[in-house]
Each structure stands twice: as C-alpha cells, then as structure tokens.
Design a protein around this ligand. Structure first.
Ligand SMILES: [Zn+2]
Ligand SMILES: [Zn+2]
Length: 254
C-alpha cells in the first residue's frame, strides 16, 4: 500500500483542482501525506508565480487541518543547463523539492534554446529524436541540477530528452535524490531500469495528478514494478513500511 503521493498539481499551475480538492481525494484514498508540486517559475505557460507562494502556504495549512492529510508545499522545478530554475534563497520556501526537464520552460542560458528547446520540439512535432550530443548535454544538466539543488525527487527521467540513466542514477544515489516512476509517463526500457536498480538509488511512485480524481493513482508505477519480485518495494520511499528520509523533505525550518 502506498502512503503518500508526492507529485500533484493544482490551479496554481497546470492542474484543474484546488489544494483542498487534492487533499480531500487523498483522504478518501487513505493517504497520509501528499505534496502539491506545481510547475516551477520558468515554465512559460503554467509556472507558479513567486507572489502566489504565500497563498499556497496558507492553502496547504488549511487543507491539512480540514482533511487530516499532511499537505506538503512543494514545487516541480525546471531543469536547465544551469541546474534548476530555483535560487538558493527559494529552497526554504518549500517542504519538498521535485525537479524535471520540461519542454516549455525558459532556457537557463541562451544556448539551451538550441540544445534543448528546438530538439525536443522537433521530436514532438516531427518525431526526430534528439542527437547523442543533445542527450549528453541533458545528462550533464540533470547531474548539475542534482548537485546544486536539494532535489528530493527527479521526475519523469528521460522524458523530453533522453539521458544516460546510469550516470544520473549514480548522482541521485550519492545526493539522496529519488527517481520517480511517474503516473503519466515512464520513459525507461528494461535495461535502463535494471541499470537504475543496480545503482542502489531509491524509487518513488507518484501520480503526477493534474486533476483531483487522479491523486493517489499509482497504477502505472505499480504495473511497471509488478514485473519484479516484491522485494523491490523496499526501495520505494512512499510504500508502507519504508523510511521516507528524502533529501530536503521536512528541513525547511532548520
Ligand atoms: Zn513534469
Ligand atoms: Zn508534474
């Protein structure tokens, strides 16, 4: 049984429900904890605005009190060649930090436009896969993000632009970042997933719900893991009986 869903969206970015809506569905599904992780500031169309953070905090406190589910205030930061779109001063605003590459995020440097934005758009529109050079640059960007931002969870690895999962998994393991099995997309072949497993990194299964009814929907990740023996669940930090000592989680007030 999963106890927490650490990746959900609301109307503060690309979701359609409120923080309270997500919390009430989590309560119905007997979750102990959820994180509201709206898209990071540099997302062109849906990024949460810094001026909304105080309201988001207020909503998380209220939803926790009403639902009895612990509602963490998080963010799904955008990865770029500089690391992420979070500044060190932002870290303490959040209880939990997720990060992933998104096609519609502002470039960190001007060159990201040519290295990431155009290749991922060509892939989406014309199904032209990004080159090995682009994959290497993205691998470097993801590792830089992990080493410069206290990321609890790397979301949808290899979505948009493929990465060297072995290199990324080692960085995640060394820095205490979990690799997510995402409820909307899992962009890993079996060899890659076995490489991830052999690194010793920990895993998390999330919904990436953009509507309240999807909160606590772990079916895609569960199905993916069902190919393996049940011991694999000991690596999954939001599964019953497994310690949730995530990297940034709960450190906000230190
Ligand atoms: Zn995402
Ligand atoms: Zn998301």
């Amino acid at each position: 049984m999963f106890l927490a869903d650490y990746h959900t969206h609301t109307r503060y970015s690309h979701g359609i429900g409120s923080v309270m809506d997500n919390a009430m569905v989590a309560k119905e599904k007997n979750l102990r904890e959820i994180a509201v992780t709206d898209h990071g500031f540099s997302h062109i169309t849906y990024g949460i605005r810094r001026k909304d953070l105080a309201n988001l905090r207020r909503d998380c406190i209220e939803a926790s009190e009403v639902s009895g589910v612990k509602v963490l205030m998080g963010i799904e930061a955008n990865i770029n060649s500089l690391g992420t779109d979070l500044k060190p001063d932002d870290f303490r605003a959040f209880d939990i930090i997720l990060a992933g590459y998104h096609k519609f995020a502002m470039p960190g440097r001007f060159s990201d436009f040519f290295n990431f934005t155009i290749p991922s758009a060509l892939d989406t529109i014309l199904k032209v896969k990004p080159s090995d050079r682009v994959d290497k640059l993205m691998t470097r960007a993801v590792v830089k993000a992990i080493t410069t931002t206290p990321i609890d969870i790397l979301t949808h690895i290899s979505y948009g632009i493929h990465v060297d999962v072995g290199e990324v998994a080692k960085a995640c393991r060394d820095y205490g970042t979990c690799i997510e099995l995402n409820g909307k997309r899992i962009c890993l072949n079996r060899d890659e997933f076995e490489t991830i497993l052999s690194s010793g990194v920990r895993l998390v299964v999330n919904s990436d719900a953009h509507s309240p009814d999807k909160v606590g929907d772990f079916s895609r990740g569960e199905e993916y893991l069902s190919q393996y023996s049940s011991e694999i669940m000991e690596r999954v930090v939001n599964y019953e009986g497994v310690a949730t000592d995530l990297r940034w989680y709960g450190r906000r007030d230190i």
